[in-house]
Design a protein around this ligand. Structure first.
Ligand code: G3P
Ligand code: CA
Length: 253
């Protein structure tokens, strides 16, 4: 196991970006199952609120790119969302794929693979944060281990709220702009990890982040050399997609 050779004492997590989105349409049950089959530790996926107040799994605010429909998720009911074909844009093999509900993912994959859930920003963000917290607590009460769940967002205020509502689940901040270490002290009060655009990482930044107790995950890793560079820097895991997923199974299992 390559990660073991490079960092024998440090657990390293392989995270499939939007599921195994190189092999199957992103953020679908097929992509999540493929990630399980490939031996990933976690799947990363995005959640948004439908018009009728359900958490649905989709990256974009609107359905145009990844389905045969049009419109914003916030303007569509679950009944309307479930009529959409979320697989044909990728390949005719996946014509029957639908946009999953968060609860469907929790039922099917909770406990089988780790779930890294990204709260996407929206006008109804406060409701989303509270509903996500309530939903995850319900599934923890039903037996899913908190250690198999992580929640992240670019929205720092909402991550703070999520942590206050759900301190047993690891929460993290997504960062895509140069890191300001002066914020680390504040972030460490409600976040246990930082998910960082890999271009922004250096040994020094990682060292300082670890002084505050953060785990560091880097995204989005597309090539094997990027993966190896991240391991040398000492990150705790990588969120990967595209060509890199071709070799992920052989490198990490
Ligand atoms: O987990 C990192 C990554 O998912 C953040 O970017 O746009 O793919 O949600 P995006
Ligand atoms: Ca995401």
């Amino acid at each position: 196991m390559l990660s073991y050779i490079l960092h024998p004492l440090q657990p390293f997590q392989s995270i499939a970006h939007r599921g195994a989105s190189f092999y199957a349409p992103e953020n679908t049950m097929a992509a999540f199952q493929k990630a399980v089959d490939l031996g990933f530790d976690f799947i990363e996926f995005d959640v948004r609120l439908s018009k009728d107040g359900h958490l649905v799994v989709i990256h974009d605010a609107d359905v145009q790119r990844t389905t045969d429909g049009m419109g914003y998720i916030r303007d569509l009911t679950v009944q309307e969302i479930k009529m959409l074909d979320a697989g044909s844009w990728y390949s005719s093999e996946y014509t029957n794929e639908r946009i999953p509900l968060l609860e469907e993912v929790l039922k099917q994959f909770g406990g089988k693979i780790g779930l890294l859930i990204e709260m996407k920003s929206s006008e109804n963000q406060p409701q989303l944060t509270k509903l996500l917290s309530d939903t995850l607590i319900k599934y923890i009460d039903n037996g899913i281990k908190p250690s198999t769940l992580k929640v992240q967002s670019f929205n720092i205020n909402e991550i703070k709220k999520f942590h206050e509502l759900t301190p047993t689940i690891s929460s993290g901040i997504l960062l895509e702009k140069p890191l300001n270490i002066l914020h680390f002290q504040t972030y460490s009060q409600f976040a246990s990890f930082l998910s960082v655009n890999h271009h922004l990482l250096s040994k020094s930044i990682i060292h300082q982040a670890k002084q505050y107790g953060f785990d560091i995950f880097s995204w989005t890793i597309k090539k094997q050399y990027q993966f190896q560079m991240m391991q040398r820097l000492g990150v705790n895991g990588v969120i990967s997609d595209e060509e890199y997923q071709e070799t992920n199974g052989t490198l990490l299992t």
